[in-house]
Write a protein that binds this ligand. Structure first.
Ligand code: GLU
Length: 446
């Protein structure tokens, strides 16, 4: 089996030699899918996995714009249209200086399986730019978004490809992108999700990823007759996903003691309560400040340049970005008694870290399963746009809760090993793969 995986990965590496993040995402999937293909030769014969690692289309374009000093700036824009077997391409846009083709291909590849797991009819895609929103004025953000959409508009549409937010793209950016699309096309359609609620957005979309990852952790804990009540929780990140993770953890009676950003993390042993969370939301979403200001305000410690994984906890939510948790961090977490790791970010744990979690047989959920709540509510936003109606908070939240339960059930179905250990990674990969693979088989060699 190892030889088959090795042979497949060599082929993919040869074709994508300078794409480490993409190859990492493919490897994680190949290791669990290739044994499954051996048991299900119809997928192997039709070369489904070979086709799935090749994007249907990659768009790469110039994004020129004028900064506030009237100087010309040039960024690179991307949209990876990975797979449309089960629905229009769907996935976020990331604006961050690190963005390149490798990162967007890894995200688009994971998105295909994630979207399939939601049970909603969405294919997978991802896009973005190496544009750095940090320190930019609202005017500069708008000019960049308008220039970006002036090229992207010809490749997207409510039934073609529906982008949304990701790192560096929130409601402000979605607004500017939507305005420019509407102006160019002269039509009001659900071409983007994460819109404002007065112009086609869904309630609960801002909360969805954070709530979803906590719901998933609650379902995982339940398999061991545990709950979040009274648990100490460590969260990385301080953006949208982290904020609503804290909110839901508070509702569930847990104590969250950390948050982080690119400069370091804060450790608040007393716990982040509702008032402190409201402060974080204003600080991060409106003032666009730094998390260290929390430590100054509430008199707790700030650890510059460090990640929160050495803080003793029961449950950890890596909610910042890819590869933020390595083997040593994983050993520290396990050594400190952590029993559950649920990823709110995409691919935050390195393959070695995942190995430590599964060896120790703790509860570990990969992002493609546990952070699918965000895109799931994006799918519900698309449905509401098509129906021209809006569901209320309770309706959307209960649909989100059901979807997360269903993803958990699929992971248990495909991931339970002989000794009873639930390998959520294996379950998510196979569960996500089967639906896309069956659609690809039915649609012929396209
Ligand atoms: N960027 C989010 C993700 O990684 C959401 C994508 C969407 O809502 O389309 O799944």
């Amino acid at each position: 089996m190892d030889a088959l995986v090795k042979e497949f990965l060599e082929k993919v590496t040869l074709r994508n030699p300078h794409e480490p993040e993409f190859l990492q995402a493919v490897q994680e999937v190949a290791e669990t899918i290739i044994p499954y293909l051996e048991e299900n030769p119809k997928y192997k014969k039709a070369k489904i996995l070979d086709r799935m690692v090749e994007p249907e289309r990659v768009l790469m374009f110039r994004v020129p714009w004028l900064n506030d000093r009237n100087e010309v700036e040039v960024n690179r824009g991307f949209r990876v249209q990975m797979n449309s077997a089960i629905g229009p391409y769907k996935g976020g846009l990331r604006f961050h200086p690190s963005v390149n083709l490798s990162i967007l291909k890894f995200l688009a590849f994971e998105q295909v399986l994630k979207n399939s797991l939601t049970g909603l009819p969405m294919g997978g895609g991802k896009g973005g730019s190496d544009f750095d929103p940090k320190g930019k004025s609202d005017g500069e953000i708008m000019k960049f978004c308008q220039s970006f959409m002036t090229e992207l508009y010809r490749h997207v549409g409510a039934d073609i490809d529906v982008p949304a937010g990701d790192i560096g793209v929130g409601s402000r950016e979605v607004g500017f992108l939507f305005g420019q699309y509407k102006r160019i096309k002269g039509e009001f359609t659900g071409v983007l999700t994460g819109k404002g609620t007065s112009w086609g957005g869904s309630l609960i979309r801002p909360e969805a990823t954070g709530y979803g990852v906590v719901y998933f952790a609650e379902d995982m804990l339940q398999t061991r007759a545990e709950t979040l009540a009274g648990k100490t929780v460590v969260v990385s990140g301080s953006g949208n996903v982290a904020q609503y993770t804290v909110e839901r953890c508070l509702q569930a009676g847990a104590k969250v003691v950390t948050l982080s950003d690119s400069e370091g993390f804060i450790y608040d042993p007393a716990g982040i309560d509702a008032e402190k969370l409201a402060y974080v939301m204003t600080l991060k979403n409106e003032q666009r400040g730094r998390i260290r200001e929390y430590a100054e305000k509430y008199g707790c410690e700030f650890f510059a340049g460090q990640k929160p994984w050495n803080i003793k906890c029961d449950v950890a939510f890596p909610n910042a970005t890819q590869n933020e948790l390595d083997e040593e961090d994983a050993r520290t977490l396990v050594g400190n008694g952590c029993i559950c790791v649920a990823e709110g970010a995409n691919m935050p744990s390195t393959p070695e870290a995942i190995h430590v979690f599964t060896e120790a047989k703790i509860l570990y959920a990969p992002g493609k399963a546990s952070n699918a709540g965000g895109v799931a509510v994006s799918g519900l936003e698309m449905s509401q746009n098509s129906l021209r109606i809006s569901w209320n908070r309770e309706e959307v939240n209960s649909k989100l809760r059901e979807i997360m339960k269903d993803i958990h059930r699929i992971c248990v179905e495909y991931g339970t090993e002989a000794d009873g250990y639930i390998n959520y990674e294996k379950g998510a990969n196979i569960g996500g793969f089967v639906k896309v693979a069956d659609a690809m088989l039915a649609q012929g060699i396209v």
